[in-house]
Design a protein around this ligand. Structure first.
Ligand code: ADP
Ligand code: MG
Length: 678
């Protein structure tokens, strides 16, 4: 049985099993499907054909004793000379002191590593004693840990293949295998571990990429389907006339994109399903207006609405814009940490007694102590840890409102269909008319003087500016020190001609609010800040955004920062101060100056950074694929998504015997089980 413990494989003792567990290998199947992360080709080329700075493999005879030197803590360098053809080549090996015992004068060894043409030197990443193998030049390389060496891993997989290989069954229906000309499962598995050629390997990978994506998509979509079927009874039959009247009271007409998103949201709310939708739209695209209308729809049914945001400043801004839109049509309460004592108890009472229709607050607040009389719609703003947890919390409180997530981080299509496969997605991909794109410039650090003069000019015209401080990685303290210093410099520079304010994360809540208030009221003209202003703040009179060390930020973050300006009819400017060393940094600056379209930026950011980094490491919520790469293998992902949709829609999925294996596999999934049992 493939599901037996990996301990049953020859060569797996207690110690080895422990390490395997840590690597996530528990069963025989886990081991069989533990794929190489790389393949090396040991093709020995003549020295004269090697390329400087590229990877090379050479075979030579060791001349004299290798010499070992230690330096620093636990660091070592092993140097040896190899006789290759008529050349004496230096080979350097770092931090592998044990190799000295294994490599003796006159040994023939094969080394692979980075080639330095000028010094005739190779920095060894891998070595093996003896000649390069001519027969099987493609060598699989596995991720390893502790007592499991590459040789050991190969041996274990070999043993597992011999004893259990015949139990590896095809799980994809024949039709798909034929249609896509996929190699059979066992054959492909063999090619992954022992590729006969690059061509065979390519097909084997193609098969597993598709299999992996298809199973993932099937799970997501089945999950969504089951959830829909399991929820009922929260159809919010809103009053259309009242809603239309409300929309007509706005000082502007909705953009087509806003109308489209709104229609999708309202349809969900009206249906008996529980809405689980993500609303994406660039900063300033008008998400708040859409949210307000959806909230109003819930209120016309006699329900309450809640809007949860990550920070207090944002809560206040939402409170203000909603109050402005609603006038005295509805009763809105703001619940922040700074509201305490009797006032707080009164507000909570209003929510409980349903004298408050809409409650605005931070996530934690709403989750912890608030009791709703009748919550119909919950909106979660700027939420990167999308989904599951919040839904759980609401459910644990016995609530099953429609849920709308909002984000201003444009998410590339590729990620949207994977990370949010269990959500519906609406996109506002159009800006209200009349906005002027922010003019963006990339200048070198030494031009700061001119930048300061430029700020002065804008302030003379009655505008305001943000200056974002240099960012010091992983040190909150230094960030603040920097901010304080920069604030001091600017205050000195501008003397009495304007007021320079300071904002950073360590200020007390009241201080922060005071600073923001002063900036909103134009008592402060220039606001020096760490990146705390990133999310959601709205000061339309600010027209300049200066970002120090811009090369240290990702494109998405730069775009968010830039979104703080360009919020009125006045022309706005974003100035990136950067001296990027690497190509990626330069590329980022170029992209920023060339486009203000958040979606285009996000696609480019994804290309530059890869999916893992996109949302920041921890909070990604993005599945990790073993073989597939959702950026590189985007087309396979799309195909799998469509196929999965067709499969889930058709009835044959649960009845046809050809689908039995896949179906079983899906229903074994923990998340699915959790949802079904709920
Ligand atoms: P977001 O929440 O997406 O960042 P907001 O909803 O705060 O954007 O909208 C930004 C500004 O644009 C607000 O001042 C809002 O009143 C205005 N706005 C929203 N929709 C429109 C529209 N269709 N036409 C003109 N202005 C709009
Ligand atoms: Mg509904």
């Amino acid at each position: 049985m493939l599901m037996e413990s990996v301990a049953n494989v020859n060569g797996v003792g207690e110690k080895v099993q422990e390490t395997l567990q840590e690597m996530g290998i528990h069963t025989v199947e886990d081991l069989l499907f533990y794929f190489p992360y790389r393949y090396d080709t040991y093709e020995v080329k003549p020295i004269t054909e090697l390329v400087h700075d590229e990877k090379a493999t050479i075979e030579g005879k060791v001349v004299g004793e290798p010499s070992l030197t230690y330096y620093g803590r636990k660091k070592s360098r092993l140097m040896m000379t190899l006789q290759v053809e008529q050349f004496a080549i230096k080979a350097v090996m770092f931090n592998r002191p044990f190799a000295k015992k294994q490599i003796k004068p006159d040994d023939i060894i094969t080394v692979t590593g980075k080639w330095d043409q000028r010094r005739l030197q190779i920095t060894v990443s891998q070595y093996k004693k003896g000649r390069a193998e001519a027969q099987n030049p493609i060598q699989p390389v596995y991720s390893l840990k502790e007592n499991i060496t590459l040789q050991k891993m190969r041996k274990l997989i070999m043993n597992a293949m011999e004893a259990y290989g015949d139990q590896v069954n095809e799980i994809l229906p024949e039709k798909l295998v034929i249609d896509y000309k996929l190699p059979g499962r066992l054959h492909a598995l063999n090619q992954m571990h022992y590729p006969e050629s690059r061509e065979q390997l390519k097909h084997a990978r193609r098969r597993f990429i598709y299999e992996e994506f298809l199973i993932f998509q099937l799970k997501m979509q089945l999950f969504r389907k089951l959830k829909r079927e399991a929820t009922s009874g929260n159809a919010q039959n809103y009053d259309n006339d009242q809603l239309t009247g409300f929309v007509q009271s706005f000082p502007f007409e909705l953009t087509d994109a806003q109308k489209r998103s709104l229609a999708e949201i309202l349809k969900d709310m009206k249906s008996p399903y529980r809405m689980n939708r993500l609303l994406q739209g660039d900063v300033g695209s008008g998400k708040t207006a859409v949210a307000a209308i959806a909230l109003y729809a819930a209120i016309t049914v006699g329900n309450q609405g809640a809007i949860m945001v990550p920070t207090e400043i944002l809560a206040e801004q939402h409170y203000e814009s909603l109050t402005e839109l609603f006038g005295d049509k509805v009763s809105i309460v703001l619940l922040t940490g700074s509201i305490k004592g009797k006032k707080r108890r009164e507000l909570l009472e209003q929510v409980k007694e349903h004298t408050a229709d809409i409650i605005v607050g931070t996530h934690a607040l709403i989750q912890d102590e608030v009791e709703f009389a009748k919550l119909g719609l919950a909106i979660v703003d700027e939420q990167h840890r999308f989904g599951v947890n919040q839904r759980r919390t609401l459910r644990d409180k016995g609530l099953s409102p429609d849920v709308l997530f909002m984000t201003a981080t444009p998410i590339p299509r590729t990620l949207a269909i994977t990370a949010f496969g269990d959500m519906d997605v609406s996109v506002i991909d159009e800006m209200p008319s009349g906005r002027k794109p922010v003019e963006t410039y990339w200048v070198k650090g030494e031009m700061m003087d001119r930048v300061l003069q430029f700020i002065q000019k804008e302030v003379d015209h009655g505008h305001q500016a943000y200056v974002i401080c240099p960012l010091i990685e992983e040190s909150d303290k230094l960030d603040i020190q920097n901010a304080v210093e920069l604030h001091h410099q600017l205050t000195t520079y501008y003397e009495s001609s304007m007021n320079v304010g300071l904002m950073h994360g360590r200020l007390h809540q009241e201080e922060k609010e005071q600073v923001m208030q002063d900036f909103v009221e134009n008592n402060i003209q220039v606001l020096v800040s760490t990146t705390v202003v990133e999310v959601g703040v709205n000061v339309p009179n600010a027209t300049v955004m200066v970002i120090y060390d811009a090369e240290r930020f990702g494109l998405s973050q730069l775009h968010q920062l830039r979104g703080r300006v360009g919020r009125s009819d006045a022309q706005s400017y974003c100035i990136l101060l950067a001296d990027p060393k690497g190509e990626v940094g330069k590329e980022r600056m170029r992209i920023m100056t060339e486009t203000t379209d958040g979606f285009e930026l996000s696609e480019q950011d994804l290309q530059l950074r890869g999916p893992g980094d996109f949302f920041g490491k921890k909070q990604s919520g993005i599945p990790e694929f073993k073989v597939g790469d959702m950026v590189h293998d985007y087309r396979a992902l799309e195909t799998a998504r469509k196929d999965a949709a067709a499969i889930i829609e058709s009835d044959k999925f649960e009845t046809d015997s050809e689908w039995k294996d896949l179906c079983n596999l899906l229903y074994k999934d923990e998340i699915l089980q959790g949802e079904i049992l709920d």
